[in-house]
Design a protein around this ligand. Sequence first.
Ligand code: PLP
Length: 397
Amino acid sequence: MILAHVNSLECERFPLEKFLEVARDILRNNGVSSPVIVDESLKVRENAVICDALRRLGARFVPVSTGRDKTLAQRVGLDDLGFYDEIRPSSLRVFDSPIDLMTRSWPTPLVKINLRGISAKTVVYVKLEGLNPFSMSVKDRVGWYMLINGLSAGKRKILYEATSTNTGLALTLVGNILGFKSRLYIPRPVQKTSEAILRIAGAGVVRREDKSLTVEMIEDVDLLARAEGGIHLNQFENDFNFEVHLRYTAKELDLQLKSVGARPLAIVGGLGTSGHLSALSFYFKSKYGDDVKVVGAQPAPNTSIQGIRRVESGMKWVKYVAVDRIIDVEPSQAVEAVRRVAETNGLLLGPSSGAVIYALQRAYEEGIIPDERGAIVAISPDMGVKYGEYFLNVMNK
Ligand code: PLP
């Protein structure tokens, strides 16, 4: 057996279900036990799906063999496969480009906070995705990854996307760098100030007053993109949305918790496309088992919290993973949680982060999250400074 650099092999891309099956085994076993069988010129002959899974998970090396042996004498661990190598922050924060600023600022910060009612043996961390540089949200990862993997679709074309702001902003700004224009479709509840931000960033913006959710516009956006020769990357269906979080967000969090010796007890997040929470659930439950609880936050019926929506409105990746509890959150409860975190910890989070904090406290009170020594992680999609208009509306109700 030898280790081949992943870029030296041509790995066919398998359907999501097959990839997940093999990725789950790799994470559960903390490595691989079977080599990819190649010929003399490194052409993949067998176990191509292992090659695909390691590449999609971001490993640097693939164990290969030209022999007939289907198993390795010894399991090759994730560390030896260079699984964690791609997380390499710039320590003195000097960057070659704005995209380098994003990727080499990863991991996004993981910050210990104090929350009322959580016992002293349990530590709560918040992962601040709002400190990404473009949309200042979790969606920078998605915009970037969908774009770099979709570049063959043709530069200088127009990107069409239904968005509640953050994905659209990320696609527009990263797209500006890579040579794309964008046309974004936003539903009625999106704040007016968000529309202004999208336009200043360079996007064409169409507000659909007849739609209350982004998902309700997907079909129309798809038809328009086809008719007008544009590209619809479609964050709701595009597996690169889920995969970027599996490859980076989850791996980062794993490394971060390991670095402080914290056992993951629970991960709490919001559900929009379900990309980030599904990937985190898949990664942590595969690697550490079902004892790691996963809790999702959704807006209470007939209410709106920008960026998240109700699971029954239909989302792709959450169907492939386990979520232990989904908690309804009223806008007033989300905003009150934002206020409390600001008051007790000095961090001003966005409304969907407020919903996440509220859900975390509810799941802990209900006993879904065990009262044990370890860490609960709240994923904060973005910060509060973008949401003056929304806060005002909720506070005035
Ligand atoms: N919160 C905010 C502010 C968002 O913009 C989004 C997604 O757009 C989410 C939460 C949900 O993230 P995901 O689409 O990964 O489920």
